[in-house]
Design a protein around this ligand. Sequence first.
Ligand code: HEM
Length: 393
Amino acid sequence: MSSRYLFPSCIDLVNPDTHSGENLVGIFRGLRQKSPIYWYERDEKRFWVVLGNKLGTDILKRPDIFSSKYGNVIDTLLSGGDPAGGKMLAVSEGKRHKEVRIFLAKYFKLANFRDHTASLPSNCIERLKDLTELSQVDIISDYAKYIPLDVISSIMGITDVGMKEELYYLANKSLSDLNDESLSVYYRRQFIYLLSQYLSTLSPGNMVHDLQRSDLELSTEELIYNCYSLFIGGEETTRLTIGRMFYEFATDKMLWRQFKAQRHSCEQAADEFLRVGCSALHVARTVVADCDFQGIRMREGDVVSIWHQSTNYDEEVFSDPYSIDLLRTPNRHLSFSSGPHVCLGANLAKYEIASALEAARSCLGDIELVCDPEHLRSNFLHGYSQLKVKLCQ
Ligand code: HEM
């Protein structure tokens, strides 16, 4: 590609309000037909916007050119880099990244998280049944929240219910209350303070305890940053995907009937909600040396962002991408990213979403939308902060 296409200046990708709703899916579709990558320049903010699935995948597989070590979301990269760079798995590279990842990956293998998820299917059913007694529920805070929260707390050894709820509240606030950046910083500090208190109460037998005492010799700062990322990674995106699944079922009765009639495993359906939901809107990298990548001239220091509401709908990779196909296979969405930083909790997240799907199929007759949902305000997390529905038996 010789010339570089400019991203339309009327679309403010950095502004969280641009991302409520699904309108960017259609906008990206038109843009993708012309080019898989654009140069964004607006209000002194400059970065590459990758829309093509194949190009995005290729970029994610080349950490030697496109590094995560300065940050992996546009907000931190445009404001001088992530303070956790080199200290937290998602924003470190090379040997340290590999060592910490190998250590943590053990805990996220299906056979190893089974102890923490054994009661999940029956808990989902019980909770849903209780909720059918009510005239309306907020599916996000009354149900979806508990699925990942219970599991990640169990894995991390957070047994105190008050602490669990407090961490959830603070994590939530620090990520989506971007109306006021100083408020987000305040909540993040409170969250980190509470985490550091929890570290001192750890008892043997859980992942964080093992990590703290491992040969990796993590500093307290590294330990806290990694706990922060595991708690947030474990909780936020999964909850949002489950919320999206309830919304789709409540608004598309044909989809709901089709799902109810199917008898196979819910794993594939979970993947399809991950594809359309795009609960992580983008990931970003920094170019570490001038290069010509697939004919695109890039400079050292350029920020490159990959947008899932485009890559997950790319016609080159998905047939009929705008329809929800619960049996879609293969499903090469980038919701979990790709390459060395591919989501560590992907199997766990899929298991949690599939459990929520199984429970909905087995104990709900219908899901009715009570009012329009409220959207989360963020440029990197996508989904509903509130979704009121009536659950019918
Ligand atoms: C719907 C659920 C989830 C989604 C959409 C999601 C999305 C992602 C994405 C996009 C990345 C890659 C970031 C990058 O390339 O820069 C990532 C990495 C990561 N995720 Fe998830 N995630 C989910 C669930 C989980 C769960 C349940 C955990 C477990 C606690 C988790 C822990 C992590 C960690 C630790 C990383 C960093 C991996 C590394 O850099 O090597 N995530 N996730």
